[in-house]
Ligand binder design. Structure first.
Ligand code: AMP
Length: 606
């Protein structure tokens, strides 16, 4: 697992400083392979999915070759969605934080055209955008690609699936012949291979080897969780899991420190283990874990390499690893010396593919777990509380307190149970026995995400477009209640179903699969959306424009206007947010058997 560092790969000093401040410790496998090739100016074909570090794999070498003096676009990145465009643009901004006069611009439909035009005039070095809107700018001549040095197709298979591939080809044809080209895709369907053949010439190929490995004796589970709920989910797990020693894996050095501090603030004995620790401190930390004076280590891959501590009963992949090899290495820190181990993997909605890929590597299913409920947390606390009390019954000097309370009960005529209840209430203040926990929802309730329909940006049409194929409609949740809305623009205004989907998906951040039946009429349209749209969202959507016409969205009776089905009729799909997955089995079977002894000096221990 020894990997080169970023400096030896040839990344420039300013970028190295940025990586240092971001806490990146070492290149991920896709970065180690791609960076030198792109620095040499080669075309690149990368088989990599989100979560492998592919953005930095192309951003770092391309930024290293950037000419700060050139004010016309030098790098163009095409992405399938506006979310990814924003994310990639932010990544560029982060890596270029110490580069003077650096400008990156995300461009996507639904965004105000004028402000984009203004920004483009100001001088931009990197443009990241969705194909439709980029093409519009090319046609308006507001985007000048004549001096482009590099173009990247990010998530090419997604662009294909969303019906953007013709636009992508048109854009590629407009880039100078000398442009360096890179294409990243999780899969390589024939249409992508064709683009590679036509535009990437003799591209170097990089992919992450997924050697198959089996991991025995380790119970592997995963939890679907939103990034913003990870910490709460983790603390609940720490409360109810019967663990001895634990390693929590995160991606960056800074994250080790941050998470360890947050856990400590919540009463858990946790410590960071990262490459910044000197040898002495590292050894001392590991020693504390071995001896049991410390239970939780928050580590990066590099720092935990070779760690061999028998009492590690749990590994938590707080951030999913970049590649399957790392996953196998990480979870191999548990299940040592013939013991059983448990590995818990946090997966965000976007990381489902990585999960499947890991599963095929380990040749073992990773079973879904459900988030411990407030009731489970409460039960566990009560059990710990009772154990503490029972254990203390034999403590020396208890007699004095017994006499004191008996006297108090007699003198003040209070039931001894009431005194005990009052004391119990005070004793649990810091770790309430009946906590009110924040609601945490799984990101998506569906067992597996289906292909997304093409979300076209509601762009201002410039020139004619090729008609696109519609994706297969699919009804994951036919039982969902939908509401019907009227939109004050229809066929006569040039509206197509994709424009409505695009406007709603992009403007309201409603995933396209939640958008139901669309009916087009001459001067208006209707769309079905899941019941219960928040008021502010509704107000916002009213003002959104579709094909340059304000939607003026309003609710109508669901029985109205079902008559003339438009070409874009689709069955209803999902809700705004999915309900908690009810089909998930609890990871814990039976009551927890944590030893009172092993509790001493553990968790809050308050
Ligand atoms: P990506 O696959 O490009 O979407 O990246 C996934 C996540 O990994 C992002 O949050 C990046 O900031 C992070 N990341 C990428 N490369 C590294 C690295 N070498 N070390 C630590 N984190 C990284």
């Amino acid at each position: 697992m020894s990997a080169p560092d970023f400096a030896s790969l040839g990344v420039t000093a300013r970028l190295l400083d940025a990586l240092q401040s971001l806490g990146y410790e070492q290149p991920t496998p896709i970065q180690a392979q791609s960076i030198p090739l792109l620095l040499e100016g080669k075309n690149l074909l990368g088989t990599a999915q989100t979560g492998t570090g592919k953005t930095a794999a192309f951003a770092l070498p391309l930024l290293s070759r950037l000419d700060p003096a050139q004010r016309t676009p030098q790098i163009l990145v095409l992405t399938p969605t506006r979310e990814l465009a924003i994310q990639v643009a932010e990544a560029f901004q982060g890596y270029a934080r110490f580069m003077k006069d650096f400008h990156v611009l995300p461009i996507y439909g639904g965004q105000d055209m004028l402000s984009q035009l203004k920004a483009l005039k100001r001088g931009i070095q990197v443009v990241v955008g969705t194909p439709g809107r980029i093409l519009d700018h090319l046609r308006r001549r507001s985007l000048n690609l004549s001096e482009l040095r590099a173009v990247v197709l990010d998530e090419a298979d997604e662009m294909l699936r969303m019906g953007f591939i013709d636009d992508v080809e048109t854009i590629l044809a407009e880039t100078p012949a000398t442009t360096q080209r890179a294409l990243f895709s999780a899969t390589m369907p024939p249409a992508i291979r064709r683009i590679v053949g036509n535009y990437l010439g003799d591209a170097s190929e990089v992919k992450i080897e997924n050697k198959t490995r089996t991991v025995e004796r380790i119970n592997q589970v995963y939890l679907m969780v939103n990034s913003r709920h990870k910490l709460d989910a983790l603390t609940r797990i720490l409360e109810v899991e019967n663990f001895d020693g634990m390693i929590i894996f995160v991606r960056t050095k800074s994250a080790t420190v941050e998470l360890a501090e947050r856990l400590e603030a919540r009463g858990f004995a946790a410590s960071a283990l990262n490459g910044d620790l000197n040898q002495q401190l590292r050894e001392r930390t590991i020693d504390r874990l071995k001896k049991g004076t410390l239970d939780i280590l928050v580590a990066t891959d590099v720092a935990a390499r070779g760690l061999d501590v028998d009492r590690i009963s749990h590994v938590i992949n707080y951030d999913i690893p970049y590649d399957n090899e790392s996953y196998v290495h990480r979870i191999g820190r548990t299940g040592r010396a013939g013991r059983e181990g448990k590995a818990i993997l946090f997966v965000t909605d976007k990381e489902r593919r990585l999960l499947r890929s890991i599963e095929s590597t380990t040749r073992q299913p990773i079973t879904p777990m459900s988030l411990p409920t407030g009731q489970q947390v409460s039960d566990q606390r009560i059990q710990d509380f009772q154990q503490r009390i029972v254990k203390n019954l034999n403590a020396e000097g208890l007699e004095k307190f017994r006499d004191l309370l008996r006297a108090m009960a007699r003198e003040q005529d209070i039931d001894i149970a009431d005194i005990a209840a009052s004391l119990a209430m005070q004793a649990q203040l810091e770790r309430p026995l009946f906590p009110k926990l924040a609601e945490i929802r799984s990101p998506v309730a569906a067992p597996e995400r289906k292909p997304r329909p093409p979300v076209r940006e509601p762009e201002v049409a410039v020139g004619k477009r090729e008609p696109r194929k519609r994706p297969p409609a699919h009804s994951d949740f036919p039982e969902l209640k939908m509401e019907r809305f009227r939109i004050e623009a229809g066929r006569n205004q040039g509206v197509q179903p994709k424009d409505i989907v695009g406007a709603i998906a992009n403007e309201a951040d409603i995933e396209s699969q939640y958008i139901g039946r669309i009916s087009l009429h001459d001067d208006y349209s209707t769309v079905d959306l899941p019941e219960g749209m928040p008021r502010d969202l509704f107000e916002h959507l009213k003002k959104v424009r579709v094909c340059q016409h304000p939607m003026n969205l309003r609710r109508i009776d669901i029985t109205e206007n079902v008559g003339i089905p438009g070409e874009g009729d689709k069955p209803p799909r999902r809700k705004f947010t999915g309900p908690e997955a009810s089909n998930r089995k609890s990871a814990r079977s039976g009551p927890r058997k944590r030893k009172a002894e092993s509790n001493a000096g553990k968790h809050p221990r308050r």
